[in-house]
Design a protein around this ligand. Structure first.
Ligand SMILES: NC(=O)c1ccc[n+]([C@@H]2O[C@H](COP(=O)([O-])OP(=O)(O)OC[C@H]3O[C@@H](n4cnc5c(N)ncnc54)[C@H](O)[C@@H]3O)[C@@H](O)[C@H]2O)c1
Length: 333
């Protein structure tokens, strides 16, 4: 029975506590939040759980095996480091840390202490991403041309980071998980209209073999959109995460170039075949993810979404921030 202490009970923390409490093989022994209002909510929702206001009590507790860090990104390094130093495994929110140096320090510390880190890249455990991974692995889409994601809505404005650090970790972690290739360079543009942090941004990632990815993130959109297009040589896919039933649609559409002898002789044929919507599993992603973490801990196995996966995303976020400062200049990874 693995015993968890959870730090942070704001917007996302309650989902972690609820899922952990529903899983077999683990127990939530304490939840900590520095805000009095959050502590009241913990008590009301989970009367049997010990509530703390100081995270040090939880990370030092002999009763705790694993710490979940569900606080804003600028606190992740301090809290994760304290947990590892006290011999606890860590489940930490995305993005892993505020910069590359912090992530590297935590990975080395975990190695030294023989502890596991899992970074909450929740989307990797959704039915849609698991299905897309299968479609890529079995060659259904063919050679990939592009990944193009739109992740926009009105708010929630974060006070400590811009829209790239808030929303793009989802896409970057999905891209790293699906593409089996690392981006070579990144370019990003954006603007800060309201609170000094960029509220709209466009990131382009260049991959080997002419593969390109684009991510559009925006907190000031009138409508919520969560749509990703993935274009392959054989098939093209649309993932609309807001659809309840048919989240994925695969189109047998494409372009074949028959001859390339000069622009005027270019023979292009367009293929427009069937569309189908494959079955996508509807299990809550967090539940699967936390269950997988328990499995990794009990078999001393490194999770796919370990500290190194978290670091890769932070590297891309840092490169995007650097490019943003230079109005879109290409930053090599
Ligand atoms: N995986 C996902 O899909 C997903 C979704 C939402 C948020 N998140 C991530 O979860 C993290 C938290 O986001 P949120 O929206 O819940 O933020 P939030 O501001 O709503 O909640 C954070 C909570 O942490 C508490 N806190 C901060 N520092 C603390 C400390 N040192 N000790 C104790 N308590 C402390 C705050 O009082 C607050 O209640 C962020 O990293 C965010 O990116 C992930």
């Amino acid at each position: 029975m693995l015993k968890f202490g959870v730090i942070g009970y704001g917007y996302w923390g309650p989902n972690i506590v609820r899922n952990l409490r529903a899983l077999e093989g683990c127990e939530v022994v304490g939840v900590c939040d520095q805000a009095a209002g959050a502590r009241k909510r913990i008590q009301a929702a989970h009367p049997g759980v010990t509530v703390h206001s100081d995270y040090r009590e939880l990370v030092k507790s002999r009763e705790v095996d694993v710490i979940a860090v569900i606080t804003p990104v600028w606190t992740h390094h301090e809290l994760t480091k304290a947990a590892l130093e006290n011999g606890k495994h860590v489940f930490v929110e995305k993005p892993f840390t505020s910069n590359v140096a912090q992530a590297e320090e935590l990975i080395n510390l975990a190695e030294k202490k023989r502890l596991q880190i899992m970074v909450d890249h929740t989307f990797l455990f959704t039915g849609a991403v698991r299905k897309i991974k299968k479609l890529l692995a079995d060659g259904t889409l063919g050679k990939l041309y592009y990944y193009d994601s739109t992740r926009v809505n009105l708010g929630l404005f974060q006070h400590d980071c811009n829209v790239i650090w808030d929303l793009a970790p989802h896409d970057l972690s999905i891209m790293n998980h699906l593409l089996h290739k690392e981006a070579e360079a990144i370019s990003a543009t954006g603007q800060a209209h309201l609170n000094g942090h960029e509220d709209i941004a466009f990131i382009t990632a260049y991959y080997p073999d002419k593969m390109i990815a684009h991510v559009n993130v925006n907190w000031i959109s009138p409508v919520k959109v969560r749509t990703t297009l993935i274009g392959g040589e054989k098939k093209m896919l649309v993932w609309n995460d807001l659809e309840a039933d048919e989240k994925l649609k695969i189109y047998d559409k494409g372009v074949d170039v028959k001859s390339q002898e000069g622009v005027y002789n270019l023979l292009v044929s367009y293929r427009s075949g069937d569309m189908w919507a494959p079955q996508v599993e509807q299990v809550e992603a967090l539940k699967l993810e936390l269950n997988y973490f328990l499995e990794c801990l009990s078999h001393n196995k490194k999770p796919t979404n370990d500290g190194v996966a978290g670091l890769k995303v932070v590297k891309m976020l840092e490169a995007a921030s650097e490019s943003l400062r230079q109005r879109g200049a290409l930053v090599y990874l």
